[in-house]
Design a protein around this ligand. Structure first.
Ligand code: SF4
Length: 331
């Protein structure tokens, strides 16, 4: 199959279906080729994710242990002090991260003192020379502008799943709310980090449909996280089957082909993958990972930084430096 080398925004469902359903090794080969045409395949961006406000969220995302309504083991924590967050960011930089992402379990940003403190944190992390990313829930255009002025580089807001399957997973907001926030982020000139989760019980069609939404945006998200469901005890999806590694590879490879300039991030679920399985994901075009301190990713287990650096050495990979990250983004 001939795959275009141009960034396209007019993909059809049929085209993406055809790519997604190729024999796996053909798909990985094409994705790997695309990856090498657009990126330095030896480099992988290392992003550190810190939960700056944990749990107690009023939303009902059925995959999330931070939703107040589920009985999980996650401890609710108020917004961390700015100095604590900056100390974490400094440590992340020293450990090789080029991007620092701060996550708050909020439904939406409110114009209150907590938001003023987030603005302070964004300024502080930016001054450390790290790319700053936030994920804070829904955002108005005015709030996005404030974050941009404080130096925010990227805003994470995942589509989660397809529009058709959305109501099965979350009832407290609509798919369109996600799109609106992404548009507000774009209008403010902040880069977009948006992907989704597989393993929620969705069909292959839902996965293709989610990729279609992302790949037909007027501008592709600069970062596309592909998450495997982390099954959190106490959530409605705790007993879902483990995501098959080949489904993960297929999803990453298709994302790589349809959004060739984006950084495709192998996100949640790495803890359940072997190094060999992660190597397949890198081969399929993943060029970013999340690390979390204390071997957690937000509130779920994640490999530690030392383990990741050993994996990089074994696979001949290098942590991407900030300037090179900027070159691979399309902003
Ligand atoms: S995913 Fe985010 S919005 Fe949904 S319950 Fe968890 S913290 Fe709240």
């Amino acid at each position: 199959m001939k795959v275009s080398n141009e960034t396209r925004h007019d993909w059809t469902k049929e085209e993406i279906e055809k790519i997604y359903h190729q024999p796996l090794l053909d798909l990985v080969y094409h994705a790997s080729k695309t990856h090498r045409e657009w990126h330095n395949a030896r480099e992988v961006q290392v992003c550190t994710l810190l939960s700056v406000k944990t749990g107690g969220c009023p939303e009902d995302c059925s995959y999330c242990g931070q939703a107040a309504r589920y009985h999980t083991d996650i401890k609710v924590e108020a917004l961390l002090p700015t100095a604590t967050v900056l100390a974490h960011a400094k440590k992340a930089k020293e450990a090789g991260s080029s991007r620092f992402c701060m996550a708050a379990a909020w439904r939406e940003v409110r114009n209150n003192r907590d938001f003023d403190r987030i603005i302070e944190m964004v300024k502080g992390v930016n001054e450390l020379g790290l790319e700053v990313c936030c994920t804070l829930g829904m955002l108005t255009e005015e709030q996005a502008i404030r974050l941009q002025e404080a130096g925010l580089h990227a805003y994470n807001h995942n589509l989660d799943t397809s529009e058709a399957y959305y109501d099965e997973i979350i009832s407290t907001r609509k798919f369109d709310n996600r799109i609106n926030t992404i548009q507000n982020v774009r209008k403010a000139g902040i880069t977009v980090c948006s992907g989704g989760i597989i393993g929620l019980g969705e069909t292959h069609q839902d996965r293709i449909s989610m990729l279609l939404t992302l790949a037909t945006m007027p501008k592709h998200p600069e970062s596309v996280p592909v998450n495997a469901l982390a099954r959190v005890k106490g959530t409605p999806l705790e007993n879902n089957p483990k995501v098959d590694i080949w489904d993960m590879v297929r999803m990453i490879a298709t994302a790589r082909i349809v959004m060739p300039s984006s950084v495709v991030r192998l996100s949640a679920g790495r803890i359940e993958m072997t190094e060999v399985e992660q190597a397949w994901c890198f081969m399929a075009g993943a060029n970013s990972i999340f690390t979390g301190e204390r071997e957690t990713l937000l509130v779920t287990p994640n490999p530690g930084v030392t383990e990741d650096m050993q994996m990089f050495e074994n696979l001949g990979l290098l942590p991407m430096v900030k300037q090179e990250t900027a070159q691979t983004c399309t902003h």
